[in-house]
Design a protein around this ligand. Structure first.
Ligand code: SF4
Length: 333
């Protein structure tokens, strides 16, 4: 379905899209980096509205969000295309696809919102591919979802424009943002973006009160030096040390097939560095059964949420309070 974009302006005969941090300028007939926004006769048209490539009732832990509504299920929707071109994309079959993708179907917002309850979920997430380029559809789903008492989630690469964050901040409850590295070279060469834009977006989202968790996929030889991890952790601690951080294990994918999986020791070292820098909650992802899948109280260190993979085995918290010392932990129950 094709609709008009809500975030653009006309400048000197061109159109500037303000949906994501690329701020593409499109001449007549031109498309943006995401390929699904096009200047058609002086209007910015969006070609992916309500076109869904994937839909599952996932555990919220899979996003990963470990501190937001733990143990609930979230109706997770993905579309097609992306505003990045990551060499290691783990969802490249949809991120590099266009609207003629073989499995695509149209799910209008009211249908999607009805499906949240039908699937036994407590909220809706825009995930699998980059949600910011699906802005209009996500907005039209989140508004009625919130009115119906559901929560809303973005799993994003953080390449959101300030205009887009301002538009959705009152209807977006939580987000996991991928910080893919802490160096501009990686973003420029591997993703096709700028780190500084991601950092700006995270800081704005935090100021706007969106609940945040961050994921850092640790790739051997690309973004895994202790110095880079420490810089990342310092930046997080400077915003808010209670933001949960997930260091995720890399598995070879797409164009990075020649890079080996991340050694567990490297992940554990990243964990220790982040703790040294004062981050309260640090997790390892894609390492089934590891002790750092669990949540430990930031005050007394006792285990308060036990997980195995994406399953919550036991949640001992009393609301957001530690049952052992009474500390208020950064958890939205
Ligand atoms: S959504 Fe981003 S990538 Fe797509 S046209 Fe707009 S600014 Fe460009």
């Amino acid at each position: 379905m094709i609709v008009e974009s809500r975030l653009y302006e006309k400048i000197n005969g061109k159109i500037q899209c303000k949906t994501c941090a690329h701020y593409c300028k499109l001449k007549s007939g031109g498309r943006g980096i995401c390929r699904i926004r096009k200047n058609t006769d002086g209007k910015l048209m969006v070609e992916n509205y309500a076109l869904v490539s994937s839909i599952y009732p996932d555990p919220i832990e899979k996003k990963p969000l470990y501190h937001f509504k733990p143990g609930t299920r979230v109706l997770s929707l993905g579309g097609v295309s992306c505003n990045f071109r990551c060499d290691h994309c783990q969802n490249y079959s949809i991120s590099f696809a266009d609207t003629d993708f073989h499995g695509i179907r149209e799910i209008p917002p009211e249908t999607a919102v009805n499906m949240i309850g039908e699937y036994g979920c407590s909220g809706i997430a825009f995930t699998y591919n980059e949600p910011s380029i699906w802005h209009e559809y996500a907005e039209d789903c989140m508004k009625p979802a919130k009115k119906s008492g559901y929560y809303t989630v973005y799993v994003t690469n953080g390449y959101l424009s300030e205009e887009s964050i301002n538009t959705i901040s009152s209807i977006l409850d939580a987000s996991n943002v991928d910080v893919k590295a802490f160096n501009e070279k990686f973003y420029r060469e591997i993703c096709g973006g700028k780190l500084e834009k991601v950092l700006e977006a995270v800081e704005i989202m935090h100021r706007k009160g969106i609940f945040l968790e961050l994921t850092y996929l640790v790739i051997p030889g690309k973004n895994d030096s202790p110095e880079e991890i420490r810089e990342f952790a310092r930046w997080v601690a400077g915003i808010d040390p209670s933001i949960p951080v997930h260091f995720s294990r890399f598995h070879p994918d797409y164009k990075l097939m020649d890079v080996p999986p991340t050694p567990i020791q490297t992940l554990e070292q990243a964990h220790d560095i982040a703790k040294e820098e004062g981050i309260d909650y640090v997790y390892l992802g894609n390492v089934y059964g590891h002790r750092y899948e669990k949540t430990y109280c930031r005050n007394c260190g006792e285990m308060v949420i036990e997980r195995r993979g994406f399953d919550v085995v036991a949640n001992l918290l009393k609301g957001d309070r530690c049952p052992f010392c009474g500390e208020k932990n950064n958890v939205v129950p």
